[in-house]
Unconditional design. Structure first.
Length: 166
């Protein structure tokens, strides 16, 4: 019997509810990536290119090591995608000022335009869903997603920023 005093309803932890949550995530991701996938195909790019463009766009002058940590991929995989984006002039690489071995990444004007084009439908989809769900549901959604990512990533990406990050 459910403990009414606890306020916790275990019904959302039933197998069918968990399965539905997984399926909703699959379908949402499929629809979330459909338009960007079509745009990427025009350039001969894939989702890995999109992820690199997204994170470089949101973190100008990000180092290759920071990008590797975010994407959690091998240097070889990143190198292939990054070389392609540099060659096609969507990203520029510069040496670090303090450490010349560092490679700092930034979108070019073409990269900024492509990033905007790729994320336009995604931003619209999120804005519509957030608006329809309401603030309380959005906060719950964020809590669920935060609970699904590793503690290390939560801390690194969403934790307090250090003075050197400013």
């Amino acid at each position: 019997m459910t403990d009414i005093k606890s306020g916790i309803n275990p019904l959302f932890l039933r197998e069918e509810d968990l399965r539905q949550g997984i399926e909703l995530l699959y379908f949402a991701y499929r629809d979330f990536t459909a338009e960007p996938d079509a745009i990427l195909a025009e350039y001969g790019f894939g989702r890995a290119h999109h992820r690199v463009i997204h994170f470089v766009g949101g973190n100008p002058r990000i180092t290759v090591s920071e990008l590797l940590a975010i994407l959690n991929i091998t240097k070889q995989s990143l190198s292939r995608v990054l070389s392609h984006l540099v060659r096609e002039e969507f990203i520029i690489q510069q040496e670090g000022k303090q450490d010349r071995r560092q490679r700092l990444l930034e979108l070019t004007a073409s990269g900024v335009a492509l990033e905007r084009r790729l994320s336009e439908s995604q931003r619209r989809r999120f804005a519509d869903a957030y608006r329809n769900a309401g603030a309380e549901a959005v906060e719950g959604y964020r809590k669920v997603l935060m609970g699904m990512i590793s503690e290390e990533d939560r801390e690194r990406v969403f934790g307090p920023k250090s003075a050197e990050d400013e």
